[in-house]
Each structure stands twice: as C-alpha cells, then as structure tokens.
Design a protein around this ligand. Sequence first.
Ligand code: PMP
Length: 304
Amino acid sequence: MSDRDGFIWYDGKLVPWRDATTHVLTHSLHYGLSVFEGVRAYHTDIGTAIFKLHEHTKRLFNSAHIYQMPIPYDRETIIEAQCEVVRRNQLRSCYIRPIVFYGSEKMGVSPRGAQVHVAIAAWPWGAYLGEEALKQGIRVKISSYARQHVNVTMPRAKVASTYANSIIANAEALDHGYDEAILLDTDGFVAEGSGENIFIVKDGALCEPEIASALTGITRSTIHTLASDLGIPLHTKRLTRDDLYIADEAFFTGTAAEVTPIREVDRRVIGSGSRGPVTEKLQKAFFDVVNGRNPKYLSWLTKV
Ligand code: PMP
C-alpha cells in the first residue's frame, strides 16, 4: 500500500504518497489508540461524489471525542480535505480512509504530550468481499471470540483497538474455510461482523440486533431509510445465533462490504442458499442511492 503514486493529506498538506510516513515509535502503533473512518466515493450520474461524507466525518469527530483526542482541525476542513484527496488523485470511485492518531513524541500508556495527527488517503477498492459475493452471498462463522464488552472498547467509536478483536475473529473464520465472522456480544447475543453490521429477514420483516456492542453503521441507517421507503417492516431486538440459522435471508452492511448477502452460517444454509428477494431489493435500492440514481437522496452525495 505504501509504494504507489498519488497524494495523501497529512496534517494539513497534500504530500506525495510514498512520503506519508510516521516514526516507528508512534504512540498509536504501540498502544492501539487511533480513530478512523471508512468512506466511499462513487462515480455517479452527477460526477464523482462521496456518500454520506458529513455523517462519516461527524462519526470521526465523535470517535475522537469519546477517546479524548483533540483533532486540531475543524469538521469543515476535514470534509474539504477528503474531497481534495479524491480530486487530486483523480479517482472516479474509491475508498477514503481518514485516520486520527498520536505521534511519536512520547512513550507510556498516557498519550498526554503526544501530538494528534490526521491523515487522509484514498484509493480504488472494489467489492470488499468480492464481486461474486454481492450476488451469491458469503459463508460466515459465528466466532468463538466475543465482541468486546461495551465498557472495554466503547462501540460508538470507530477505534483501532476494536479491530484486534475483529482481526482474530476474521482469521478464525478464514482458517475454517469461511468468508467472514459474526461476533456475539458478551451475553451471547448477535453483535456484528468483523467489519459489518448484520440484518436478517424473517417472514417478510427485517430484523437487526440491538446495537449495544456494535458500531452504529452508516450503511445500516441507510438500510433503515430504504426499508421504510419500500414498506419493509423493521424490528430491532436481541438476536440469538439460532435466529440466524432459521432466518429466511441475512446480509451484512458496511461502507466497504456495502450490502453483502449471507448464504450460510455455521454450515446451515440460509433460506434458498443465495441472495434472497428482500436482500436483492434493498441492495438494488442501496446501489441506486450511492450511484446517484435516486433523486430523493441526492443530498447524501457530496460532489468532489
Ligand atoms: N461494524 C464494524 C466493526 C465496522 O468496522 C463497520 C465498517 N465501518 C461497520 C460495522 C459498518 O459501518 P458503516 O456502515 O458505517 O461502514
């Protein structure tokens, strides 16, 4: 990832991609406290546009606030910087990664005295779980690792340390021949994927887990709106692993994963074993919105 052409926004300036480096004694590298976002820009009918840029930027600032990291820029600057990165790299569609981290001024658990840095990179990134996955769905495994308790890593923050938990769960799933993991919370109820929220469909209604120990996904909230437009009822409740086994359909949502159907959980085939009709409807509605084909939601797109 580090050896390519292009520009990265780094502490207020665009720097050549290969020069956007940091010291090995960077505090965040050692103690795992950085907050970040995953954002997507799409090549839409109105030109390249970033989907829900304001919501992502707000969540970035909320994450930093939760972890008491003072971002030395205002929100408008970070919004404009993300647009600038897409423009300067001449990207038509891409993934955008803003990250806020502590520098190398000091060691020790307390970051006080370390500088808060902000970097924003963008690069082309196709379907996170593969193009085929969007049509055929993926196979997932309930992880033997629990999602961290709400008082361990605070789930309203998109914080790097959560992803150690995600990485180990995802690795276990891959080792067992699955495509992705689902983590249960510490009470044993369904929380989320390693980098996705989850929905199921049962008897024509959409159902999602209570969001206690999962990230409040921006794609998830898009699905709420689209389900309401399509007249699909939505229930939010505690879901058990066997609720997933007997679901008619299931799918993941996320900026990277977009809307990815789940066709199998722990070797139990879900519904017909491929993308279900409700999932397909919501997936189509989602891609219409992000690609600027639904005039009702053009305000969710920020032209770069
Ligand atoms: N949960 C986790 C752990 C994630 O990393 C992500 C991706 N950001 C999501 C859920 C989905 O969030 P969003 O739809 O905002 O990308």
